[in-house]
Design a protein around this ligand. Sequence first.
Ligand code: SAM
Length: 274
Amino acid sequence: MDTVDFRERNSELVTEEQHYGEDPIAVRDSDHYRAEYIQTFVEKWDELIDWDARAQSEGQFFIDVLKARGKTRILDAACGTGFHSVQLIKAGFDVTSVDGSAAMVAKAFENAKDHHIILRTCHADWRFLNKELHGKYDAIICLGNSFTHLHEEQDRRRALAEFYAALKHDGVLIIDQRNYDAMMDHGYSSAHKYYYCGDKVVAEPEHVDEGLARFRYSFPDGSEYKLNMFPIRKNYMRRLLTEAGFQHIRTYGDFQETYQEDDPDFFIHVASKS
Ligand code: SAM
């Protein structure tokens, strides 16, 4: 599917405000992400993630992991505004960029054009991925704490089953997540070092319980956006990956193989089918 007519077709693009209703912390719904990534938030996303700072803090990590395993055909399953897709294409990978938010796919397409790249895009929800996509990939990446948008366990299992099916027999899935264990057990202390690198945007939780992490993103112009996410625990995520059929799972903490459990801001799971 191309991106050209997304604007006309998707009413989510014309929504001006996020709506959480009367009881925002009751919103725990895997479908709600589409209503959260409204056009104005999508326009601001790159202010939040700051491509240059992010490129510097991540370094070659994903490129090295993929190259070391000989992976070339990559599906960026949560492309957002296109940061990883563009990085990987520049590094010589063959990338398809997917997102369930039409506004994000359109923004990724525009951003890639600014880098003289025409992105191969697809607007698809992970839970129905193989309805929209055909062919098998060497690796799937799902980065930027995206997977925690799935609030129901059956949606998490379904998305993992779709990822598994879209991978070749020796394929690799790379999923990252915030260190919610530290946040739930000891309080929030992110140094904002990885991923959310823009130093002018404040990203902080305004509510955390075992079933919800509601984050507030405050921008210098006074605008504020919220995201309601499921605070996935590290070992639970590893178990889901194993139960989806992945044979080997290596979990990095802030891109390091060894770490103290509470230290990292982010965990990165590299799960292989064989
Ligand atoms: N990976 C990008 C980054 O790191 O900047 C975007 C991260 S953003 C936190 C999460 C992305 O996941 C959004 O673009 C959202 O639309 C997408 N997403 C959330 N749930 C999804 C689903 N069920 N299917 C497809 N995309 C989904």
